[in-house]
Design a protein around this ligand. Structure first.
Ligand SMILES: [Mn+2]
Length: 378
């Protein structure tokens, strides 16, 4: 194997799994097997999937006149492998196997390793399919049982800084010379540690500011594409990048500015001993189906204020939160909610600084109460 572009001890721990991943992809290519990449439809997911596509697709196109029969790249909107997406893929993969008698390869990018993915993985495992998971989210201990390779730096103590985009870039770079831009953009989009971001930034020859704009554009474009299997988003990665960013950025910026004004007017600020709780009603303060979506609106609201604070966007059935300077523990919040509201069907996830709580709308008021009491107690 070549040296990794990212020089970290942790990468050395990942080396055997990266080698296996490269082998799995090369083998699939050599045997003319079908490859499907199913990736999260956010900036990191696109960076990872497109990095892999840029080394896989040319190899298929070189020898196959109908490359679309051998390769598919599909976005998934949910932050986990949705069961409907899984069944759609499984139908294609099963048919492929029945027809060719060759095990197809399914690559899951920036999703696939968590508890919520297990149902899909178990179902896929009933059929002869090779599965490669490339992720950086909190993983289930069972995931390894349902795939050939589960590449995730969290297994070796990383906190998610080594994004799916970085992992895919390093895999792709083993197979061919590829642009470090994919890794740099994913690290900026998913807010990796500065030393990781700066390392790739230098190689990509871009400033952080430029990449933040491009990341917002990828996000905007993927939001509009939704489930569409389109390579148009490549225009934010190729020689049309500057032009495309210019077209999209003014539109994105003006919608962000509009939402800043909405948030300023409609956010309720509650002061709880030295901390602030900012509350915004997402049902009444966002346009359904419009851009930016609820999660982004909470982020915009959160950045309007300063100091130790928790921002919660609430809606009929879910709460999205952002935290700064408060010792907020996601696990503590969930155990409190489950204890106080046993039949609220509480679920969700995320990190201590950003996450989502889902519940049945009947308990919305109770969730708000427990949430407020929890923040007050910190
Ligand atoms: Mn990611």
């Amino acid at each position: 194997m070549k040296d990794f572009v990212l020089k970290l001890d942790l990468m050395e721990k990942l080396a055997p799994e990266i080698e296996k991943a490269v082998f799995l992809i090369k083998q699939a290519l050599e045997d003319f097997r079908v490859i499907i990449i199913r990736h999260h439809a956010d900036c990191d997911g696109y960076c990872g999937a497109l990095a892999l596509q840029s080394v896989i697709l040319p190899k298929i196109t070189a020898i196959n006149t109908k490359p679309w029969k051998k390769f598919k790249r599909l976005p998934m909107i949910t932050p986990y492998y949705d069961y409907s997406d899984c069944l759609k893929d499984l139908s294609t993969l099963k048919e492929t196997y029945d027809y060719t008698q060759k095990r197809p390869l399914l690559i899951l990018v920036d999703n696939g390793c968590g508890e919520e993915d297990l149902l899909a993985l178990k179902r896929l495992n009933q059929y002869p399919i090779d599965i490669l998971i490339i992720d950086h989210h909190i993983f289930s201990n069972q995931t390894d049982n349902y795939c050939q390779v589960h590449l995730n730096a969290r297994k070796y103590g990383d906190k998610g800084d080594i994004t799916a985009g970085i992992l895919c870039f390093e895999i792709a770079n083993q197979m061919s010379e590829i642009n470090p831009f994919f890794a740099a953009l994913s690290a900026v989009a998913d807010k990796s540690k500065d030393d990781i971001v700066n390392h790739y930034l230098k190689l990509a020859g871009k400033t952080r500011d430029e990449l933040e704009k491009i990341a917002a554009c990828v996000d905007f474009e993927s939001d509009a594409l939704r489930f569409a299997e389109s390579d148009l988003i490549m225009d934010l990665f190729n020689d049309k990048q500057t032009e495309t960013t210019e077209i999209l950025w003014s539109e994105i910026n003006s919608s962000f500015e509009k939402y800043k004004k909405v948030a300023k007017e409609y956010t309720e600020k509650i002061v709880l001993n030295n901390k602030i709780l900012c509350k915004i009603n997402l049902d009444t303060c966002t346009i359904r189906g419009g851009y930016p979506r609820a999660g982004k609106v909470v982020g915009i609201t959160h950045r309007l204020f300063e100091g130790s604070r928790v921002t919660m966007g609430y809606a009929h059935g879910f709460v999205i939160f952002r935290v700064d300077g408060v010792d907020f523990k996601l696990k503590e919040l969930f155990s409190l909610l489950e204890e106080k509201i046993p039949n609220g069907l509480i679920s969700g996830g995320g990190h201590d600084c950003a996450g989502t709580v889902k519940f049945i709308p009947a308990v919305e008021d109770k969730v708000m109460e427990v949430f407020l009491d929890y923040v007050k107690s910190l």
